[in-house]
Design a protein around this ligand. Structure first.
Ligand SMILES: [Cu+2]
Length: 634
C-alpha cells in the first residue's frame, strides 16, 4: 500500500500520460517535460496517512512542439480524469534528455557543422560530441525570441573511449530551434576557407588504459556488519538510532526527505517536514564567445532526478548497502527506471564523545552516521549529494562536485584572464555553483520562528576591565524582508529555528540551528542578465511562510527565463514569518576558482552545512550510547 508521499510508480506515470493523450489530444508532436506526484499539502497529510482514501494525483507539464504552447495539468489517477488544464503562455518547460540526444544527432549530421569540423582537421564524426545548453532569454538573438532555443558546444574524443570533454572545439557553436529540431546558426570563429589544424596537445585522459600510467598500490579496506545493518526500511520509511524519515524522489529535486523526526524517549518529535535541493545555478564568469551563455540551472533546466545515475556497490558506497530504485520518464511519457538510484548505509565516523579521567579511566563512544545519498551526472559534471544523520541529533548535508571541467583554448597571447590554465594552451573558466536548499523545518510542530544569532564582544568596561565579555544576540525575523539574510563573518551570524510554543526542560524554546558554511557572495552586478534570472543567490538565507506551491526559488521555468519569478517575487509581499510555518532557503555551494589539479578529472570539491539541535534536547542526546566494543569502557 503506497504512502501518500511515495513517488509515482512506472504504472502511474504511464497512466497520467495516457489520460492526457486521451482527453487533451496530447499527441505525437508533444513532449512531456515532467510527470510527478502532486504531493498532498501539509494540512491534508495526516488524514491521508490515517487511510482517508483520497486518490493520488500527478502534476504534468507538457508542450506541443507544433506551436510551442505549454500546459500544466493535474491528473487524477484514481478518477481517471484531468482535473485541471492550465495554459502557460510564454513559458518554456525544462529541457529533456531526449532533446539533448536528438540535438546531438542533428548537429553531427549538419553539413555546415561537418564542414566547420573538417576545416579543423576533424573528420571522424563518431568522435564528435555536441553538448546542448539552455539559454537566458536576454542572450537569445532578437530574431529567435520566444522560440525554444538551445545553444551547443562541440567536443571531440581522442579515441573511442577517450574523454568526451578533453578536446574543446573552440570557437564553434550552434544555435538550435529545439521544437523544429533545426540548426538555426553555426557560429564559427574561423573565417570561410580558413583552416586550423594545430589543436593543442592536451593530456586530457583519465582512464588508466589511456593515461598509460602505472597505478599505485592500495590495500583492501572492507566494511563488515556481521549482524546486519542498524536501520530498518518499511516501504520508504527509514528508522535508525531514534531517527525516522521518509524517502521521496522526483524528476527535478532528485532525493527528497520527508517527515524527518527524532524518537525522544519513544515520542516522535518532528524536525523537518521536507528537505531537498530546489535549485542549482552555475554562472560561468568568462565573457568570451565560448562561455558567455554558460549559466546552468541544473535543477530547473535539467532536473537532478532526470540526471540521477545508478550506484555501484563497493565503488560509490562501501559496506552493507541498501538501494532504492527511482522512476523518471522520457519526453514521450514513457517511464524510465533508474536502478540503485538512492543508497542508504551506515558509516563509522570516528569519536563522538570522550573523556579520560585519571580515576575512572577513558570513556569513549564512537560516532556512527546514517548516510542517504544519490549521484547525478549533468553532462560534464557530477554532483554527489549526501544527507547524514548523527546519533547526537545533527543533520549534515554534504555535496561533492566532481567530473570534468569545461575548458577552451587560450587566446593568441597564451593568457587566460577569467580562468586557470590547466593544460597545453587550454584553460578552465572560473564559475560558481550556487545550490538552494529548501528546508521546510517543523521543529516540534509547524509554528516556528527563525532567529538571527550573532556574537558580539562587549568590550572593556569597569565591570569587565579585560574586555572578555561575549554576548550572543538573538533577533527574531518577523517579516520576509527581515528574512533576507546575508552571512556576516564579523559576528559569526547563524540562524536558529525555534518553536516558542514548546519549552525544553531548562525552560527555553526548543530549536534547531542552521550552521552556515560553503556560502559566498554572487559577485554579480544586480543589473546583469545572469543575476536577474537568479536573484535567489543574492542572499545566504531567505525565509518564507510555507505555501505548497512555492517550490522553485528561481521560478518554475528558469529555462529561457529573463527574471527570477521565485523568491524575489514571493517575498515582495513581505509576509509575516513569525511563529508560523516557515520555509528556509539556504544558498550555499562552491566558488570554483579552477585549479590545474582539477584536470583532467576533478577530485571532489566538498561543501556542507549542518542542522544542529539547539535546546531541542535538555542535554547530550547521545549519552545513552553503549561503548563499542564493550572493552572500550573503563
Ligand atoms: Cu565547478
Amino acid at each position: 500500500m503506497a504512502h501518500p508521499l511515495d513517488p509515482l510508480t512506472a504504472g502511474e506515470i504511464r497512466q497520467a500520460a495516457a489520460i492526457l493523450r486521451r482527453d487533451r489530444g496530447v499527441g505525437a508532436s508533444w513532449r512531456f517535460a515532467s510527470i510527478e506526484l502532486r504531493e498532498p499539502a501539509k494540512d491534508a497529510l495526516a488524514a491521508l496517512e490515517a487511510g482517508d482514501a483520497a486518490g493520488r494525483d500527478a502534476i504534468v507539464v507538457c508542450w506541443d512542439r507544433a506551436d510551442g504552447r505549454a500546459y500544466r495539468a493535474v491528473v487524477s489517477l484514481a478518477g481517471d480524469a484531468v482535473t485541471t488544464w492550465e495554459d502557460l503562455p510564454g513559458q518554456h518547460p525544462n529541457m529533456t534528455v531526449d532533446e539533448w540526444h536528438e540535438c546531438d544527432e542533428v548537429l553531427r549530421a549538419d553539413p555546415a557543422m561537418v564542414e566547420a569540423l573538417a576545416r579543423r582537421g576533424i573528420t571522424d564524426l563518431s568522435l564528435v560530441l555536441t553538448d546542448m545548453w539552455a539559454y537566458g532569454a536576454a542572450l537569445v538573438p532578437e530574431r529567435y525570441r520566444g522560440r525554444r532555443i538551445g545553444w551547443s558546444d562541440v567536443w571531440y574524443r581522442g579515441s573511442e573511449h577517450g574523454s568526451p570533454y578533453a578536446h574543446h572545439v573552440t570557437g564553434l557553436h550552434a544555435v538550435i530551434d529545439l521544437n523544429s529540431m533545426t540548426v538555426l546558426e553555426i557560429e564559427d570563429s574561423l573565417g570561410a576557407g580558413d583552416v586550423a589544424s594545430d589543436q593543442p596537445e592536451v593530456r586530457g585522459e583519465y582512464l588508466p588504459e589511456l593515461t598509460g600510467m602505472p597505478l599505485r598500490e592500495v590495500k583492501p579496506l572492507q566494511v563488515s556488519q556481521p549482524e546486519g545493518v542498524g536501520f530498518t526500511l518499511d516501504g520508504r520509511l527509514i528508522s535508525w538510532q531514534n531517527w525516522q524519515l521518509r524517502l521521496g524522489f522526483n524528476h527535478r529535486e532528485g532525493l527528497v526527505l520527508h517527515q524527518v523526526g527524532f524518537l525522544d524517549s519513544g515520542r516522535f518529535r518532528s524536525v523537518a517536514h521536507r528537505l531537498s535541493f530546489a535549485e542549482m545555478f552555475v554562472p560561468y564568469r568568462d565573457p568570451s564567445p565560448d562561455h558567455y551563455r554558460r549559466t546552468a540551472f541544473d535543477i530547473g533546466e535539467w532536473g537532478l532526478g532526470f540526471m540521477t545515475t545508478s550506484l555501484e556497490l563497493g565503488c560509490d558506497c562501501l559496506g552493507e548497502i541498501t538501494y532504492l530504485d527511482a522512476v523518471v520518464h522520457d519526453s514521450r511519457g514513457e517511464p524510465r527506471e533508474i536502478p540503485h538510484a538512492i543508497c542508504v548505509h551506515e558509516e563509522d565516523n570516528g569519536v563522538l564523545w570522550k573523556h579520560v579521567d585519571e580515576r575512572a579511566g577513558a570513556a569513549v563512544r564512537r560516532a556512527r552516521r546514517l548516510v542517504i545519498s544519490f549521484h547525478v551526472t549533468v553532462a560534464n559534471y557530477e554532483y554527489l549529494v549526501y544527507w547524514r544523520f548523527y546519533q547526537d541529533g545533527n543533520i549534515e548535508c554534504e555535496v561533492r562536485a566532481t567530473g570534468i571541467l569545461v575548458t577552451s583554448h587560450v587566446g593568441a597571447d597564451g593568457s587566460a584572464v577569467n580562468g586557470t590554465v590547466v593544460d597545453q594552451r587550454t584553460y578552465a573558466p572560473f564559475h560558481q555553483h550556487f545550490i538552494v536548499a529548501r528546508l521546510d523545518l517543523d521543529v516540534d510542530g509547524p509554528d516556528n520562528t527563525v532567529h538571527m544569532t550573532e556574537s558580539r564582544a562587549t568590550g572593556v568596561s569597569d565591570d569587565d576591565p579585560f574586555g572578555l565579555g561575549l554576548v550572543v544576540t538573538s533577533m527574531p525575523l518577523r517579516t520576509e524582508a527581515e528574512g533576507k539574510q546575508d552571512y556576516d563573518w564579523a559576528t559569526q551570524r547563524g540562524w536558529k529555528v525555534v518553536n516558542d510554543n514548546v519549552r525544553n526542560g531548562l525552560g527555553s524554546s526548543v530549536g534547531y540551528k542552521l550552521v552556515p558554511s560553503g556560502m559566498f557572495p554572487p559577485l554579480l552586478d544586480p543589473s546583469t542578465p545572469a543575476f536577474r534570472r537568479a536573484e535567489a543567490i543574492g542572499h545566504t538565507l531567505w525565509v518564507t511562510p510555507y505555501r505548497p506551491d512555492e517550490r522553485w526559488p528561481c521560478g518554475e521555468f528558469p529555462n529561457l527565463s529573463s527574471r527570477d519569478s521565485g523568491l524575489p517575487a514571493w517575498t515582495a509581499a513581505d509576509r509575516p514569518i513569525e511563529n508560523t510555518d516557515v520555509v528556509l532557503w539556504y544558498v550555499f555551494g562552491i566558488h570554483h576558482i579552477t585549479r590545474p589539479e582539477d584536470w583532467p578529472v576533478m577530485p571532489v570539491d566538498t561543501v556542507s552545512f549542518w542542522l544542529k539541535p539547539f535546546g531541542f534536547f535538555d542535554r547530550n542526546p547521545a549519552l545513552d550510547l553503549p561503548p563499542n566494543p564493550a572493552e572500550c569502557e573503563a
